[in-house]
Every structure is written in structure tokens, then in C-alpha cells.
Design a protein around this ligand. Structure first.
Ligand SMILES: [Zn+2]
Length: 143
């Protein structure tokens, strides 16, 4: 599995289906490619100014359908919805790629292939420093 070719620098090929977490803009979101309809889970790893660096995972197709259906049904049980989202995130398969998005221009700045996926922190952005270090590393191509 890989990120589809439609995620190119300078483009904005996706729509946001669901924002799972937010801080001045989506930090975890389920997105769908407009060209090929593939869904991805993007999770914030780092940010610097208007640039946000995201991990990318490919969620299970059946789990995506179930999650969207359950949320659309508008269950008021937020605790249950939160659990469902966490479970969903856990069963998504991480892809060996990072996306650098520019939130001012709303485009993909770069897509960075990751050689050693285990070197990328798996923690939630809320537990990460988000101090620009990972963005600097991708610019130095030390992945
Ligand atoms: Zn695509």
C-alpha cells in the first residue's frame, strides 16, 4: 500500500471527510482523494509557522464506512464516538511517507518518502514537542 500519485506538491487533491482532532486547523483528519476516492488518515507530527507535517495511514475500508455511518447517524454518545475513533486510528496501516502541508496556501508543499518508518514517532501530536524539528529534518533529508 502506498499514498496515491495524486498527492503531488503544489496540489490540494483531497477533501476532508472527518476532523478527528483540531488545533487552529485539523491535526488528525480522515481525508479522501478526489481523483481515486482512496481514504487516508493524516496525523500531525510537527509544525513550523504555516507548515504542518503529517504522518499518513491507510485506514481499513470497512472500518471507514462503519465510522462514517455511525458518526452520520449522530450518536450523542461522545465517549463512545471517541473510542470508535481511537480504535479506527489503531487499525489504520501507517504508510512510509510524510506530507508537508502549507496551511496558508492550502496546498501540499512536499511529500517525503520515509526509509525507516520505525524512526517516525507514533505518538499523538499532543504528546509530541511540535517544535519544528521534524520539519527541519525532512528539509535536511535525514530520514
Ligand atoms: Zn488518488
Amino acid at each position: 500500500m502506498a499514498l496515491c500519485e495524486h498527492f503531488k506538491p503544489g496540489s490540494h487533491p483531497y477533501e476532508v471527510l472527518l476532523v478527528l482532532d483540531d488545533h487552529l486547523g485539523p491535526t488528525e483528519a480522515l481525508v479522501r482523494c478526489r481523483a481515486c476516492a482512496q481514504s487516508y488518515l493524516i496525523e500531525l507530527l510537527d509544525w513550523l509557522g504555516s507548515e504542518r507535517l503529517f504522518r499518513v495511514a491507510e485506514p481499513d475500508a470497512a472500518a471507514t464506512r462503519t465510522l462514517l455511518r455511525d458518526l452520520e447517524r449522530g450518536s450523542c454518545d461522545l465517549a463512545r464516538a471517541g473510542e470508535e475513533v481511537r480504535h479506527f486510528s489503531l487499525i489504520s496501516e501507517r504508510l512510509p511517507v510524510l506530507l508537508l502541508l502549507d496551511t496558508d496556501e492550502n496546498v501540499i508543499r512536499r511529500r517525503i518518502d520515509v526509509v525507516d518508518a520505525d524512526a517516525i514517532p507514533a505518538a499523538s501530536w499532543r504528546e509530541l514537542p511540535c517544535d519544528g524539528e521534524w520539519i527541519e529534518r525532512t528539509q535536511a533529508a535525514r530520514l
